[in-house]
Design a protein around this ligand. Sequence first.
Ligand code: FES
Ligand code: MG
Length: 565
Amino acid sequence: MSQEGINRGGGALFRGDTQDGLLHRAFLRGAGFSAEDVRRSPVIGIANTASELNPCNAGLGELAAEVKAGVRAAGGLPLEFPTISLSEPFSRPSSMYLRNLMSMDVEEMVRASPIDGVVLLGGCDKTIPAQIMGALSAGVPAMVVAAGPRPVSCFGTNREFTVDDVWPLCEQRRVGELDDGAWAALEGSVNVGVGTCNVMGTATTMAAVAEVLGFALPGSTLPAAASESRRAAARSTGEAIVAAARRGEVATELVTLESLENAFRAITAMGGSTNALIHLEAIAGRAGLRIGLERLDEWSRTTPVLADVRPGGRYLLEHLDQAGGVPEVLRRLGDRIHGQAPAAGGRTWSEVLESTPPAQEHPSLRTVAEPVAPRGALRLMRGSLAPDGCVMKLAADAPARHRARVVVFDGLEDLHARIDDPDLEVEPSTILVLRGLGMVGAPGMPEVGHLPIPAKLHRQGVRDMVRISDARMSGTSTGSVVLHVSPESAVGGPLARLRTGDEVVIDAGSGELNHCVPEEVFAARVPAPPPPLPPRGFARLQARHALQPHEGCDLDFLVAAQEES
Ligand code: FES
Ligand code: MG
C-alpha cells in the first residue's frame, strides 16, 4: 500500500457529511465530547509518554492538560493518546534497544490516526529522539514539549546535589568507602521531584536539539519541570501547533543540514551529551540526509564551549536558563549559526533573536571572546580500530596523545568478574577496553562505556583512566572515554581482534584511534565470536537491520531515501 493509501485523511475525517464523518463524530460523542467539540478543526493528537514506569516523564500529564487548553483556545480539537515510554534506568537491556521501536510506534500511530498535527510530550533520554524520528517519517506538523529538568536536591553538606554527583558515591560504595547510613540516605536524595536529569545530560541535550531544530518553542528547554514557565510553554505549544497545522507545515521541512548544524553547534556550546551524535544522525536519516563524521568533527572544532554547566562545568541548568537559555546561546554563537533556519512558531531564528532582548548576564554563560573552552569537547576519530569512527569527549586537562597497553573485557559479565580482581594487571596508564556492547552485541548499546576504575587503583586515588568501548555512556558521566567504536565487535569490527597486552594509540589531535599490532598478525587472529541471532521478535528484527553508530543506529528500512549533500 502506498504511503498516501495508509494515511486515511487526517482530521478531515471528522468533518465530512458522510458515513465516515458521522461515525468519527459519533464515537467521540460517546466518549463525552460535545457536538461542537467534534466539529473543531484542526484535530491535534497529543502523544503522551507519562508513565509510572518512567518517573522522569511523570509530570507530563499536567503539561498535556496545558497543551489541550492551548489547542482549544486556538479553536482546535486536542485528542490525547499514549505511546511507548522509555525510562533510562528501567528499560532492559537498554532504552536505546527500544528507541527505534518507539519511533515506529509514534510514526504508525500518527499516520493511522485522524489527526492534522501532533504534539509530542517526551523527556527521558530516548523519548524525544524517537518521537522526532517518528514524526519526521509520518510527515505531519509536529511540535515537542519536553518534561524539563527535575529539581536539585541536598545530600550531606551538598546543597546543590545533581544526578552526576551520584556516580562517584556509587564508586565509593563499590570499593567499601561509603557506609550503610550514607547509602540509605542517598536513596532518598537522588530524585526529589519529577522531571529529567538536572544536568546537561542526554535528556536536556535532546530537548535543546528539539528547540534549535524548530520543534520546541524558543526558550522552552531549560525551565524546571514543575515551573509556571514550562506550563505556559506547553499552553503556547498547543496554540502554535494549531497555527502550524493551518499553515500545513510538516516536520521534514524543519530538518536540513543548516538546522542540524545549528543544533550540533548549540549543544557543543553547552557541553552536551555524546549520545546526541547518534540521535542527530538518526534524525538526519529520517529526513533523507547524512551528516557524517567529518562534518561533525569540523563543527565541534570550530564551536567554542560557552556554557559552564554540569556535569562538566560549575553551574546548574536553572542558571543557564536565567542567562537566556538556548536562544541566548544561539545569539552568542553569531555567524556560526544559520539565522534563516526555522524556529518553532513560524519565525526564523534571526527573527526570534531580534525580538528577544538579551537576558541578564550570568557566569554560567560566557561569550565567544571569553569561552569556557575555545572548541568543543567531542572529537570524532577514525583509525585501524574504528574504520567507521568513534567519539571521545575530551576533558580539559586530557593529554592529546596516549599510547599504552590494553586490558580487554568481553562483555559485562567478564567485566564484573575481573575488574576488581586484585591480580588484574593494570596501572593508571593502562587502557581498559570493553567490547561486545554495541547495538547488535549487547544488544542496544547500553550506557556502560564509562567502565569503572579497578578497585585497587581507585583506592590509590585514581579517578580517571582511558577507556575504549563499542557501548555508549550516560550524558551525565565524564572521563577520558572513547565510545561508539564502529563497526562494533559483534558485527566483525576490528575491536573483536584486540587482545589484552596489545598496545593502542589514541591521538585526539590528529583524530586517530589505532592499534599497534602488525597488520598481518592482527588480520590472522580469530575474532571474538558474535552473539547468536535472536530466535524471534523485535530482537531478531533489530539484530538483522540495525545500522552502526555512524549511521545513527536506526533500522535500515526506516531511513528515508537520501538526498545528495
Ligand atoms: Fe531519565 Fe536521566 S534518567 S532523564
Ligand atoms: Mg542518560
